[in-house]
Ligand binder design. Sequence first.
Ligand code: URA
Length: 297
Amino acid sequence: MTPDRARAARELLAFYLETGVESLVGEAPVDRLADRGEDAAAAVPQPPALADRARSAAPASGFAARNGETLARPGAPPPQTPLREPAAVIPSPAPMPPDSAVMAAREAARSARSLDELRAILERFEGCALKFMAKQLVFADGNPEARVMFVGEAPGREEDLAGLPFVGRSGQLLDRMLAAIGLDRTRAYIANIIPWRPPGNRDPSVQETQICLPFIQRQIELVDPDVLVCLGKPSTAALLGVNDGIKRTRGRWFSYHTGTREIRAMPTYHPAFLLRSPLEKRQAWRDLLAIKKALAE
Ligand code: URA
């Protein structure tokens, strides 16, 4: 390899790391635009900028691969000689007015008449840049008929790989918390505010949260639980509009309007926080008992 190509390769790898690339899966190209089909893309309201780019994206324009996908590098021309064939082509996240993405999300979420429809709509929605960096959608796990719904913040690496929420270390603790009050995933429903993993597990931005919010709100409305549990401050702030610290809000009952009725909602500690601060499990245990009691009423 010539020194120039070696330098180009190092720069490319550094760029991958910066954008959260952690692994390579699959050598074969996958044309996700072809998979999507014209009808499906047209059915979901899309923010104009992204929808236009999705139609005009050309295979050769992307070169940064993440988990078998290809991203265009903002502001930089593609290399003359690619180091390897681009693995796949997807439209890159384009700068766009956040308002139009939020409006498109609201319209798309409202149009879902069932959880299956909502999932399908999210699979096609292109208004949130996180989608293009995640491996797959992490929609939900558990029983949609459950009386209690737990909502976390966003998927991590394990969840991104599995396509299911709370399957990593936090998820194992969540399972033990559920078991402590006689629940498991057949008797609880679990989702996140953000259904795509933010690269490198960074915090979701305010804009990303605003764009994803209508979808989780609609998901709650469709599941229609009796009790909503917000895991951690980001979930509490997004769903209950309460910005106090979780130490102040945990264990308190709030009212949540699903769109059709008022239900009870309680913030509690996120399992990831409890892994870091095991002494707080005592408080979380109190919250769990209160949730158990509410479900028995
Ligand atoms: N943390 C979350 O908030 N959600 C997950 O699914 C996993 C970890």
